[in-house]
Ligand binder design. Sequence first.
Ligand code: IMP
Length: 413
Amino acid sequence: MVDLIVGLQWGDEGKGKIVDLVAKNYDIVIRSQGGHNAGHTVVVNGKKYALHLLPSGVLNPNATNVIGNGVVVYPKQLIKEINSFGHDIKKKLLVSDKAHMILDHHIAIDQAREKLRGKNAIGTTGRGIGPAYADKIARVGVRMGELKNIDKLIDKLTHYYEMNKGYFDYLGVKIPSAEDLRAELQEWQDELGELIVNTTNYLWDNMDKNMLLEGAQATLLDIDHGTYPYVTSSNTIASGALTGSGIAPKNLNKVIGIAKAYTTRVGNGPFPTEDFGEAGDKIREQGGEYGTTTGRPRRCGWFDVVAARYAVTLNGCDEVAIMKLDVLDGFDKVKVCVGYEIDGKKIDYFPSELDEVKPVYVELDGWNGSARVTKWEDLPENAQKYIEFIEENIDTKIKYVSTGAERNATVIR
Ligand code: IMP
């Protein structure tokens, strides 16, 4: 049985908390796309861990963690995360031999191109994600499995560096010396070699177990269906998780979509419900909306049911979790976007171009008291009405309402 967790907005919805909450139910937790551009902080027994590349199942001692073929792996980061958790987690960690590697030059290209784009920068995390995926699609990438034959890999990379010399010089991207390259690849093989396997076969052999596909980034950052070009370079939606793991669609049991009770975005690109005034600032401060990976302040605004309905449909969500409801405590009114206006015309669907879109809002009453409760009946009446309003508009059951950072600060309906 395979369940899937996917973000419904522009990322940072709090997927990590729901994964953490439900991880004990799963034998295998799988990352299937993205790389160390993702990030969440988890606290276990009072110690803080920053997870970027490792699946969240590392917090569950019984779960096996799989980094699937669709992920782009920066080996240095993987080694760093393994070291911060302790080598014991290696016993429960597998990395796909088909996963592509991020090398230092991908990171340098990402950062150099962002600089050259100037005001049109995408606002990437600068982790080399786009250039690594570009090489994969151009069929010149290198895969984790190639660490098994370092001589052959060095030949391939030397040729690749030669072919790209003009471009690298233009961007000011340095290539490593042959000795440094060999030493680094050897270290990666020594540290990670035993983990690199055909994870597709592993997953097929374990289809009788309970598996969780853990999405990274989110629907509106999907390379095909998001707000292109202000997106990440992978398919972040449910179907991308299947490609990125080798699991067939018929094995999917349940899709859980995660959305915040409001909306945030990091990086550039259209965001119709962004609030540039006091409300946006208040959400940012009350919600602690600063990036885990880059520390950037997040852009903040109101819940957008048009975007959420689009995301729920794209992913085929069976149920939804609404996160951080308590952040909206203390607002007299809360706004929800129920439609868009383009050139004076109203639409109720998510268009392919979001640039010229203006939001159409309804205003609901805020609530007195706090949503920091653990039972539905203890939520202030207007907070209940807010959730019910969203539920009706997205036509999907809201099963979880998160009301605080702690694992138990969750209303399960
Ligand atoms: P990249 O994935 O680093 O190429 O960045 C592309 C866009 O996706 C930028 O707007 C990033 O801010 C955004 N992004 C990438 N990863 C995450 C994430 O985990 N959470 C939120 N936004 C992300």
